[in-house]
Design a protein around this ligand. Structure first.
Ligand SMILES: [Zn+2]
Length: 433
């Protein structure tokens, strides 16, 4: 069943996406046009934040239904059973088959019911809804109900909505025994530690995503926890995840499938790059290689974004900024070397700029590139713009000398291109392990 619903994204995300579209010809995928999806992959990791760098809190499996709450950097924030909230890579979730059954319709029974951004009367007000209006209910907690409001998610007091069902504590609790719980990890920004197990309880402190507390006890849908400084309070069970449980899920999904990788074909447009003896140009080879690498990487499930997919001029700043904007897990710039004198140079070199940030990416890629037909010159540190001004792990690979007769024979062959694509994919698999 297919159901069309207005885009479920925030304006700033839309702006970021439009910027990206302007920067690259990255193909448009269905934005979270669905508010509930059914998982099609065998197994997809759920993380505590929108990216591969966040801790894994479990997995969803084929057939699982997920309510999508938000989208950030192409990751969906989803609600799982047991009131947990986590993030999944949107490209691993096939949302063509939308489940509408997970949503109920409610009727507003109070005039000018306020819609809040969060399940908190102190959060921003998104607007108001008139009495008797129908709303799509996405999720319910005891006191708060999440509804679809102007294409985004908003919260209203459950007591203001008719057709609401009180969720029972037992049906929402996960299958973990509370005695096993050791640590409680915050999964939502600005999570409040309250003096009482109640939304209106005085706030003891505010915690960031990833913050861990010691678990003390459970009180209804709240956990009593202790911070390292000794302070004790309650956090809502639906904004945290619990660890130290016997039923922790072992991840079967590969990490690379969750990675966002930027491939940067060097040069382009007016900038042809180096010229071969056959009057062919570096910019065309870098693009062809980038496309081959993209194709190979996509077999792993990874999300691959090219800085250019045609013969476009892109500034070095644009290339580096794209990497930062989409929080790439790896950025790989492709080039071909040229020596001052023809036939004077040969070999493949992997450059990094910041050893701490880029070093292991360079090592993992280069150890695979050693298998290539063209000799390997190793890794080297170099102050290159697309690496220096790149906030993400990044490398620049020179895939041989374009003005060397012996290197060019390989560079111009489909075999060598396929070898490079395989080696880059293998190097990244190793890197993301
Ligand atoms: Zn170049």
């Amino acid at each position: 069943m297919k159901k069309t619903i207005r885009f479920f994204i925030k304006n700033r995300i839309l702006v970021a996406i439009l910027l990206l579209l302007a920067l690259s010809s990255w193909s448009t995928v269905a934005l979270a046009s669905a508010n509930a999806v059914v998982v099609q992959s065998d197994s997809v990791n759920v993380r505590i934040g929108p990216g591969l760098s966040y801790a894994n809190m479990g997995q969803v499996k084929k057939g699982d239904k997920l309510a999508i709450l938000d989208e950030k950097n192409k990751w969906y924030q989803v609600r799982l059973s047991g009131d947990k909230i986590g993030w999944v890579a949107s490209w691993l979730i096939d949302n063509t088959d939308v489940s509408s059954a997970t949503n109920k319709v409610g009727i507003v029974k109070v005039p000018n019911t306020t819609v809040f951004k969060n399940a908190d009367a102190g959060s921003n007000v998104l607007g108001t809804i008139e009495q008797s209006q129908k709303v799509t209910i996405m999720y319910q907690e005891q006191d708060w109900t999440q509804i679809l409001y102007n294409g985004t998610a908003g919260w209203v007091k459950s007591s203001f909505i008719q057709g609401t069902q009180e969720t029972s504590g037992s049906s929402n609790s996960s299958n973990t025994s509370d005695n096993d719980i050791k640590k409680v990890t915050v999964t939502q920004p600005n999570t409040k530690l309250r003096i009482e197990p109640d939304q209106n309880g005085r706030v003891v402190k505010t915690a960031k995503v990833g913050k861990q507390f010691d678990y003390l006890s459970k009180d209804g849908k709240w956990y009593k926890v202790r911070d390292s400084d000794g302070s004790v309070g309650y956090v809502a069970s639906w904004v945290v995840t619990i660890s130290g449980t016997k039923s922790a899920v072992k991840s079967a999904a590969t990490n690379i499938s969750e990675a966002t990788i930027v491939i940067d074909p060097g040069h382009g447009g007016n900038d042809s790059g180096a010229e071969s003896k056959k009057s062919t140009y570096e910019k065309n080879f870098t693009l062809a290689y980038a496309k081959a690498i993209k194709q190979e990487l996509e077999k792993t499930g990874a999300r691959v974004v090219l800085t250019r997919s045609g013969d476009d001029s892109k500034s070095l700043g644009e290339r580096a900024r794209l990497s930062s904007k989409i929080q790439a897990d790896a950025f790989i710039s492709l080039h071909f070397d040229s020596s001052a004198e023809d036939n004077a140079g040969s070999g493949v070199t992997t450059y990094y700029y910041n050893k701490d940030k880029d070093g292991s990416l360079a090592d993992d890629l280069n150890s695979q590139l050693k298998n290539l037909s063209i000799g390997n010159r190793g890794t080297a540190q170099k102050d290159l713009y697309v690496l220096h001004y790149n906030s993400q792990p990044s490398v620049l690979i020179e895939l041989g000398y374009i003005n060397s007769k012996s290197d060019y024979k390989y560079i111009n062959s489909a075999n060598y291109k396929a070898e490079v694509a395989k080696d880059v994919a293998n190097g990244l698999k190793e890197y993301f392990k």
